[in-house]
Design a protein around this ligand. Sequence first.
Ligand SMILES: Nc1nc2c(c(=O)[nH]1)N[C@H]1C(S)=C(S)[C@@H](COP(=O)(O)OP(=O)(O)OC[C@H]3O[C@@H](n4cnc5c(=O)[nH]c(N)nc54)[C@H](O)[C@@H]3O)O[C@H]1N2
Ligand SMILES: Nc1nc2c(c(=O)[nH]1)N[C@H]1C(S)=C(S)[C@@H](COP(=O)(O)OP(=O)(O)OC[C@H]3O[C@@H](n4cnc5c(=O)[nH]c(N)nc54)[C@H](O)[C@@H]3O)O[C@H]1N2
Ligand code: SF4
Ligand SMILES: [Mo]
Length: 786
Amino acid sequence: MGGPQKIPAFCTQCRSRCGCIAVVEDGRLRGIEPLPDHPTGQALCPKGRAAPELVYHPERVTTPLRRTRPKGAADPGWTPISWDEALTEIAARLSRIREVHGAEQVAFSVTTPSGSHISDSISWVERFIRAYGSPNTIYGTEICNWHKDYASRFTYGHDVGTPDFANTDCIVLWGNNPAATWLARQVEIQKGLKNGARMIVIDPRPTALAKRASQWLRVRPGTDQAVALGLANLLISSGRFDRAFAGTWTNASLLVRSDTGHFLRQSDLRADGRSDVLFSQAGEGGGLLPFDATSEGSATPVLRWSGTVETLSGPVLCHTALELFAGEAAEFPPERVAEVSGIEPGDLAKAADIIAGAKSVAYYAWNGVGQSVTATQTDRAISNLYALTGSYGRKGGNVPGGAAPFVDISGQDLLSSEQRDKALGLAERPLGPGLQGWVTARDVYKAVLTKAPYPVRMLMSFGTNLLVSQPDTETARQALSALEFHVHADFFVNATARYADIILPVATSWEREGLRTGFDGSLEGLRHVQLRPPVVAPVGEARSDTDIVMGLAAGLGLGERMFDLDADRGHNAVLAKTGLTVEMLRGSPAGIVVEGAAQLDAQAAPHDGRPRGYPTPTGKIEIYSERLLLAGYRPLPGLDVKDLLPVDANYPLRLGSAKSVAYCHSQHRNIDSLRRLVPDPVVEISPEDAAARSIVQRDWVRIRTRSGDVVARAAIVPGLAPGAVFGQHGWWVDGGDGTPYDRSHPLAANLNGAIGTDRADPVSGSIPLRCSWCEIEKMAGEPRPA
Ligand SMILES: Nc1nc2c(c(=O)[nH]1)N[C@H]1C(S)=C(S)[C@@H](COP(=O)(O)OP(=O)(O)OC[C@H]3O[C@@H](n4cnc5c(=O)[nH]c(N)nc54)[C@H](O)[C@@H]3O)O[C@H]1N2
Ligand SMILES: Nc1nc2c(c(=O)[nH]1)N[C@H]1C(S)=C(S)[C@@H](COP(=O)(O)OP(=O)(O)OC[C@H]3O[C@@H](n4cnc5c(=O)[nH]c(N)nc54)[C@H](O)[C@@H]3O)O[C@H]1N2
Ligand code: SF4
Ligand SMILES: [Mo]
């Protein structure tokens, strides 16, 4: 009857979440098409277009499976079991471990909502984990989004915000390549460029966007902090920054005691003084001013000042926060930045000129600066630099909190503080992702293998592919083999799932419902809400992750904490403050726009009779963070270049990675149309470095590091920063004839098998996925793994 059905939907395969039309015929998904009126509906990428291949892939898991042979056996002997049997057993295991040992002895792992379908269900999965009581979820956040979303809070009190790329005067892409990773953002960037914006790209690779930039800064991997400090130095030393914003909305003018590093407090000055009254300085000889630059006083505080203040314990030298930051930045004059980062002084100056001359600046910083051992302080340096532009929260800048007032149901409130304190790694990194119950894979492996600080007995994974998306592959294997019980829920049996006891078949987003509260490609998109129906019936017995956690919650008696197992009730709770309901959304399948707009300059809005400010300890954007100092970290993002990973003479090349538009992480190698785009793992190398090793285009090469070695095909890239090479993580599906990662060695191309984790960021636990040290050699003769 009639032609194909056209159902408004959105793709969840990556962060872009492109609005689309799903074309369904005879109950089968035929394809997806753009939905131009949707805020993210202008374009679709090959991964999205491959949706039918994914849904009907012959390797999909279609029933729950149980292992019938021991771990380590070549064939696990997967045997289909019923959902009932699977869920009953899993709930019984969860229940027993919680009762006998404590819920923390079960670790969970959850795949990334930026590069998988889990964004439909993530709130439910997290809610379940917290309701159950485990503080240990491997979430990969420390190598994914934590710095831009959480480390940024040390500075802004908020996340990085949504960059208003379409309306800005200056686009800055710092270690972020939306042309390959976020199509909807790419569309916004095109709008901005069309409107005359200038663009600065800080990336070691000559990406398509770098080639279009007004200024490309070809940074040496892992040295971005020096670049941010160098740019800040050029702006501060020439006075080319937004002084009014810095004086009013940042703690630039705040006085810091040089003896303790703490802010100068009224209680330092007199016995009855208050510890919450802080000071600025009214200028040479002008005396102290209570720090509250937001009030309309007669005296304006000075931003740069050093001098002695009489305190109860005698005279104490004090500096303003900006004076101290200026000092750290001054350590990086252009010549020094060039030495550390490889960026020509003239290029750095030009970038500083563009920033200084721009009416507004919008930026995004992501994996290129988040996967390093200095990731947190690099984020601090970039955020401080950005604060100087005065663009944060303004039109054409990065606007925090632009979403409609949706309620978070991920259950942060459900985990008791007692359980939260047990998060693995939290003692070592007390301000890190452990506060949210997000832990590193390596801390979980350690707990499994050494039983310290307590044993982890069970792992329950909602997607993820730890053996491939995380380093420490050998330790991972040992830990996975040593688990008492291991469950993996997925579309496919990936390399990690092969170690599981039970596998659960998961429905892709095309086969399940998904509520999307905001499409964050742009500020306007943030107001768009959509409830995607399942566009086709689930393949086999596959179920959504939401259904799976509901089933487990039922078995564990946790229904009350999960909206009585009624997803609609939960979704209505999410929507409660917007006046919308799931029923209304079902009636408007292309989505509804919530009235209103992102609030600009929200910090100035009155709140309890004063401007709202920022949710930081000083109520301002924190150039100087006493919070970091009190936890034992640097209060300013100064850089000791010794903190960068030292060169290892045996491994002279910097080894990084970057994403290809064809794949998400370890997914999609089994999708034919995508595999044709990128048939084999590549490693990008500069012509200079290739010539020095007699490597020619498409040669099979071996990448050797202190931690292991992997194979890849050379892609010689003119313009790539010499001394740096870039591989692709995520290869575990075997290659064709003659490839050195064939059926017997599919993991020979697993880049993370060659990355060590002996050094990590002290605040977040991030690891050097963008800058390890390696050597590359051409493979001799038949390309066979060692
Ligand atoms: N196609 C596709 N899209 C995706 C994903 C995917 O796997 N595939 N994953 C999703 C997820 S989970 C995430 S987190 C995002 C990530 O999105 P992006 O951050 O854009 O991801 P990458 O391409 O890994 O890294 C961005 C850029 O950083 C550069 N870079 C590498 N090292 C350095 C360095 O030391 N300094 C600087 N300044 N730049 C460096 C790389 O050359 C690259 O161009 O993408 C999401 N979208
Ligand atoms: N060297 C290097 N390593 C990296 C990175 C890098 O740039 N370089 N990037 C890192 C980043 S940013 C991230 S986010 C991580 C990602 O790491 P992971 O989250 O482990 O991502 P994948 O390896 O793609 O594994 C995802 C698995 O989840 C399944 N899956 C997809 N959607 C769903 C769903 O809705 N439900 C369920 N249950 N399963 C689903 C897929 O089939 C696949 O098997 O990798 C990190 N690893
Ligand atoms: S860019 Fe991402 S969300 Fe858009 S179609 Fe491609 S995979 Fe889907
Ligand atoms: Mo990520």
